[in-house]
Design a protein around this ligand. Structure first.
Ligand SMILES: *Cc1c(COP(=O)(O)O)cnc(C)c1O
Length: 459
């Protein structure tokens, strides 16, 4: 399988190179040139364990030896606390796909455990080192740190805004004391951190001199790892219910997670509807309702990992909507960059696969409270947004699978507000309380961060 940029630049490349590259050089996103049709294999795939299924799905997209890929998969999902890796449980009228059994209790572990193992494999084979640089407002940073910690050929530098991430999420990062992990507590906002990161990646000399690596959600290997659980949950549900199709509700921020579901459908998984569930930051919901993709102001909510107004993976979907015409896509993205808005014309049709909806803070708290009272099940606020939207579009004959993207204990305050009780606990998080931490404070200054990476990274 080879990969090309959505913007049409550069030569096609293989899977390993695509994963090491992240963002294409022309600023586009890397996409597979074609998608395999797996509809003839679904019966057989429905019987497989999670790692065996991952091996089959990923094998279709990768240029690794099967034994190497198998090693990666086993190492990546051996760290999950549930024997099924991503189990599906029936709760009331929906099914919950629990994606939070990884090391940091968020769905990002599914992709970042795999990506970091892949980096290590490639670096070990080709020699060299990687200095990963990232900015986080919470979940991504800790999942990346737990993926990269202790690896010989990787150093990881994660910036977070000082005093502005939840104390629990901060501890998930700063209690990791491995020598290759550097937590930079930046005196500024998340946007400052992100701006510093982008500017450093644009510094070509620094980027190549210090082998800067990115772990952000546009990396194809992350999307690929997420395709697996759509097949896993979808095929299990079809088998159990005898239904002809399923639908998924996906709490959405950067459009990475739901994009994986879109690819699973295109490969032949019988998916009737993909529900794009957002909080008040509803740029994507508005797009699917009106065809206009227009940026608004970011509002902070109780589902902070979805407080996003520019969905970095959306370009891959738009590429398909404009008939994979890179010229049209470049124009759209240029207009969006200039004006903060772009829209599809009637010639690009609609897409009845998607249903979009919004769950407000009020809706989120209501759903959490009700699921706790009626079913004794705790939803984290991100998952609750998805469940709220799913409830608007339940179907008698098509089972609804709601993706649970974080363990409720990560967002204990929201659970307390919704239920009146402090119920959400997890031993992994309890243990963090008394552990020593390490981080360095730093001004929101480009040179300060660059100098720090130069001093502690591998040249
Ligand atoms: C990152 C994240 C999301 C959003 O996922 P995208 O791939 O960015 O759409 C939802 N919920 C949680 C808990 C997350 O960490």
């Amino acid at each position: 399988m080879s990969y090309i940029s959505t913007r049409g630049g550069g030569a096609p490349m293989g899977f390993t190179q695509a994963a090491m590259t992240g963002l294409a050089e022309d600023g586009g996103l890397l996409v597979p040139v074609s998608l395999p049709d797996v509809s003839g294999r679904l019966g057989e795939w429905g019987e497989l364990s999670y790692p065996d299924l991952a091996l089959e799905v990923m094998g279709l997209f990768s240029d690794l030896e099967r034994s190497d890929l198998e090693g990666l998969v086993r190492r990546s999902y051996g760290t999950f606390r549930h024997p099924e890796v991503t189990p599906v449980v029936e709760v009331g009228r929906v099914r919950i796909l629990e994606l939070f059994h990884g090391p940091t209790l968020a769905f990002k572990d599914v992709a970042l455990q795999f990506l970091c193992n892949l980096f290590e494999l490639v670096l070990g084979r080709e020699g060299g080192h990687l200095n990963i640089l990232g900015a986080t407002s919470g979940d991504t940073g800790s999942a990346a740190i737990h993926g990269a910690k202790g690896r010989e050929r990787i150093r990881i530098f994660i910036m977070h805004p000082h005093g502005r991430v939840s104390p629990l999420q901060e501890r998930q990062m700063t209690t990791v004391l491995d020598e290759n992990v550097f937590n930079l507590s930046v005196h500024g906002t998340f946007d400052d951190c992100q701006r510093i990161m982008k500017t450093l990646f644009e510094d070509v000399e620094f980027k190549s001199g210090y082998s800067l690596g990115a772990i952000n959600s546009v990396n194809w290997a992350r999307v690929l790892a997420q395709i697996v659980y759509y097949f896993y949950a979808g095929l299990r549900t079809l088998k159990e219910t005898g239904a002809e199709a399923v639908q998924f509700s996906v709490p959405t921020g950067n459009f990475g997670d739901v994009l994986a579901g879109y690819y699973a459908k295109k490969m032949g998984l019988p998916v009737r509807t993909l529900m794009v569930a957002t909080n008040e930051n509803d740029i994507l919901a508005r797009f699917f309702q009106t065809g206009v993709y227009a940026k608004g102001e970011v509002v902070p909510t109780i589902s902070p990992s979805m407080d996003i107004q520019v969905a970095s993976n959306f370009e891959r979907y738009l590429f398909d909507r404009v008939g994979q015409d890179s010229g049209v896509l470049r124009d759209l993205m240029a207009r969006f960059g200039r004006t903060g808005s772009c829209s599809l014309g009637p010639e690009h049709g609609g897409d009845r696969l998607f249903y979009a909806g919004v769950g407000t803070t009020k809706d989120t708290l209501e759903v959490i409270g009700r699921y706790h009272r009626e079913y004794g099940y705790l939803l984290d606020p991100h998952t609750a947004v998805g469940v709220h939207v799913a409830e608007q579009a339940l179907s008698e004959d098509v089972p609804t699978i709601c993706l649970a993207t974080a363990h409720p204990a990560k967002f204990g305050d929201a659970i307390k507000d919704a239920t009146g009780e402090d119920l959400a606990r997890h031993e992994v998080l309890e243990r963090l309380r008394d552990l020593p931490t390490r981080s360095v404070e730093m001004p929101a200054d480009l040179d300060a961060v660059r100098d720090y990476v130069k001093a502690h990274g591998v040249e």
